[in-house]
Design a protein around this ligand. Sequence first.
Ligand SMILES: NC(=O)C1=CN([C@@H]2O[C@H](COP(=O)(O)OP(=O)(O)OC[C@H]3O[C@@H](n4cnc5c(N)ncnc54)[C@H](OP(=O)(O)O)[C@@H]3O)[C@@H](O)[C@H]2O)C=CC1
Ligand SMILES: CC(=O)[C@@H](O)[C@H](O)COP(=O)(O)O
Ligand SMILES: [Mn+2]
Length: 388
Amino acid sequence: MVLKKSVSILGSTGSIGTNTIDLIHRNPNKFRTVALTGNSNIQLLAEQARELNPEFVAVANEANYQSLKDALADTDIEVGAGENAIIEAALRDAEWVMASIVGSAGLAPTLKAIERGATIGLANKESLVCAGELMMQAVATHKATLLPVDSEHNAIFQVLDRQNAKAVDKIILTASGGPFRTFSIEDMCKVSPKEAVAHPNWSMGAKISVDSASMMNKGLELIEAYHLFPVDESQIDILVHPQSVVHSMVSYIDGSVLAQMGTPDMRTPIAYALAWPERMIAPSAKLDLSEIAQLNFEEPDPVRFPALRLAREALKFGKSAPAVLNAANEESVGAFLKEKIGFCDITAIVEEVLSRFDHQEITHIDDILATDKKARICALQAIEKRSR
Ligand SMILES: NC(=O)C1=CN([C@@H]2O[C@H](COP(=O)(O)OP(=O)(O)OC[C@H]3O[C@@H](n4cnc5c(N)ncnc54)[C@H](OP(=O)(O)O)[C@@H]3O)[C@@H](O)[C@H]2O)C=CC1
Ligand SMILES: CC(=O)[C@@H](O)[C@H](O)COP(=O)(O)O
Ligand SMILES: [Mn+2]
């Protein structure tokens, strides 16, 4: 009998979470679910729990505790609510944990799963952006395994020659350019949330879709790549590739460039991380290059997409700057989605908060949590000033 891999999914009700569950459903003999977590979508969380029968289900928003409890009253699944319950889910004894909570809310639970030495499928890039050094130190100290799920980083992980790290010349992160790749600044400043979440290639949650539209997603991914892979900031390039077929590349000192390709379906990188070090079948459409016929590449435009410069500056500055960048961006994206500010205000506010902030050294997760809180207050003031 083959032992089932025990898995927990933090953020099971989101886009990454539901794609992960899709793969688990297709492989009932391979996986056993230990814990699931959500925030607002109680109906889906309860349905997932009924189907997968985990030990424990947690909801971050405490106001949703009773409805989740009621929905699972006739089962023996334990139910928890609040930030501590999400931490408890991360601490439950699953070998493999999908970190797919959106935003810096994912940091503390991901770190707890790392500290117990689990294998983490990391989708939650914001945690690495905020606390890259601390997280990577914790991975080494606790002998945890961090498997990048973000499609670009998963691609790099697949083509990086770890035996010859010194032979790496560049990491080339591909970017679709988002829905406004060809827009003028004037037109971009007028776009609606509906237009911003309509990614040309990927189906994703609202926050990351807006990040893709501003290209802050690529800025966050630059910082993510810096922490995940043994390269300097100057060795990470960003290249616009509108088809999202080449998910990223590594170029070597001998002139070889290795790329990972596939159709834009997150079930491929999730399946890679779920099955690692083996591989498993994923239902993603097969790549047909003759049908696609053309793959295009172009340099990103730093004027229309200032997020790329802001993220690189924050990475170079270090200290609390990346955590401030992330917090200000999360608040601004939230305000844009609520139509309180315009699309171009997002990066303007991030820049304003970054420049006003007294950046401090980070030595402990509490420093990150305090920075995150302070930067959000600062961002909310800037949002208020620009509110429509
Ligand atoms: N979607 C994608 O294809 C990709 C996503 N990523 C990254 O993966 C992460 C998840 O993205 P995505 O799945 O698109 O996001 P979604 O918005 O679709 O899902 C987010 C998940 O987090 C939960 N959640 C929201 N707020 C909180 C909170 N405060 N505390 C605990 N849980 C919370 C949501 O619960 P509920 O729905 O119940 O409210 C949901 O389960 C992000 O960091 C994103 O950048 C990376 C690469 C690709
Ligand atoms: C699927 C995934 O990994 C996203 O991060 C995606 O890369 C977004 O596309 P952009 O290249 O437009 O940011
Ligand atoms: Mn990505």
